[in-house]
Design a protein around this ligand. Structure first.
Ligand code: ACO
Length: 326
């Protein structure tokens, strides 16, 4: 039995912050941020918004478009690296409760920015096993609350937002056809929150505030990202006996437009094949791919039968992609 994306939804907080606002308190400029990343704006959650609130909004839109009620869901999967709580309870359980998805199991996927890619294959497997008929997959992040607003190397890169997909069984040859999923834990420290877990617990008076926040080795992650986008797309095309001409769009994780341009050059795939919307949202981690898919649908850029390839990479380190027939 196959599984297909039946509908999508997205939500970003109302507050839209331009690069210029960073110029007021960081040694940076709109010109630097745009030329090094492609980012112009990001949306910032209000104090009373957490990933479950953003995710719930995206989920309600997706459910409405699918014509399903929450009690028809058999599973709520939430990909997030900035969940409402540290460790537990899962953000998925909070969204399950807010929606009233009374027949659903719920769990989080802790895969960093590759969470939605892993989630599509997880959903497909659960549908194939008969565990669920309809699955809600949400990518939701409030990264502005775990980033260091005083560090120009990272603060300008991230934003808040959520995307959601309803995934249902399908027998017509459309849907999630293939997934390539990999990890490389040797790079775990390249993208990490050093303290606050059980390895290095928070100790009042001893823990440096910055150890609780997101830290990144930017150059290392950049080089890793370019290589794994190329590897992911090439592997998916080769093992499915496809050429890039068969594919309508590659939908990459939106971390930095220059990463995408470098991957396009290295793989000799035309830049226009890569869908990019980072200018508006910055990097929303697990939410970038579902927000991008939602944008593609809302802009009427996809037709039934189109093939798309997703390509994600992120903390873990993790990477991978999906081949999807629309
Ligand atoms: N404004 C002005 N200057 C800056 C800024 C800023 N916001 N940030 C860094 N710089 C400076 C640096 O301090 C450095 O100055 P120096 O030469 O005096 O030391 C200079 O710019 C160049 O630094 P580089 O690190 O070489 O800049 P680079 O062109 O590599 O861009 C960036 C940095 C954007 C972080 C890039 O390395 C990158 O995109 N890395 C990957 C980021 C990423 O993908 N993150 C997320 C992946 S996973 C996930 O999504 C959670």
């Amino acid at each position: 039995m196959g599984a297909a994306i039946r509908s999508l939804g997205a939500y970003v907080p109302k507050r839209r912050m331009s690069n210029h606002e960073f110029e007021e308190f960081l040694d940076t400029s709109d010109e630097w941020i745009q030329s090094h990343t492609g980012i112009k704006f990001r949306h910032v959650a209000s104090d009373d918004e957490a990933p479950s609130d953003l995710g719930r909004r995206a989920a309600e839109q997706a459910l409405g478009r699918a014509g399903l009620s929450p009690d028809q869901l058999g599973m709520v999967l939430v990909a997030t690296a900035s969940g409402d709580h540290v460790g537990f309870p899962s953000t998925a359980c909070i969204i399950q409760d807010k929606l009233g998805a009374s027949n659903a199991a719920a769990m989080d996927l802790l895969v960093g920015c590759t969470g939605f890619v892993y989630g599509l294959e997880t959903a497909k497997g659960l549908i194939a096993s008969g565990a669920a008929e309809h699955i809600l997959l949400v990518g939701s992040e409030v990264l502005t609350r775990i980033m260091d607003w005083e560090d120009r190397n990272t603060a300008v890169l991230f934003g808040d937002g959520a995307g959601a997909a309803v995934i249902s069984h399908s027998n017509n040859g459309c849907g999630i056809l293939d997934s390539f999923l990999r990890s490389d834990g040797s790079g775990a420290r390249a993208l990490a929150r050093e303290a606050g877990g059980t390895r290095t617990p928070f100790r009042p008076g001893q823990t440096d505030r910055r150890e609780l926040l997101l830290k990144m080795e930017g150059r290392l992650v950049y080089n890793f990202a370019v290589q794994v986008i190329v590897d992911t797309v090439t592997t998916i095309l080769t093992r499915n006996r496809l050429t890039i001409d068969d594919v309508k769009y590659i939908v990459p994780h939106q971390a930095n437009e220059r990463i995408i341009e470098a991957a396009a050059r290295r793989s000799r795939i035309p830049r226009e094949k890569f869908f990019v919307n980072i200018a508006e949202y910055a990097n929303t981690s697990a939410a970038t791919i579902p927000i991008a898919l939602n944008d593609l649908v809302e802009r009427e850029m996809l037709e039934p039968g189109d093939l798309i390839v997703t390509a994600g990479f992120g903390a873990g380190l993790t990477f991978g992609g999906n081949l999807v027939r629309w």
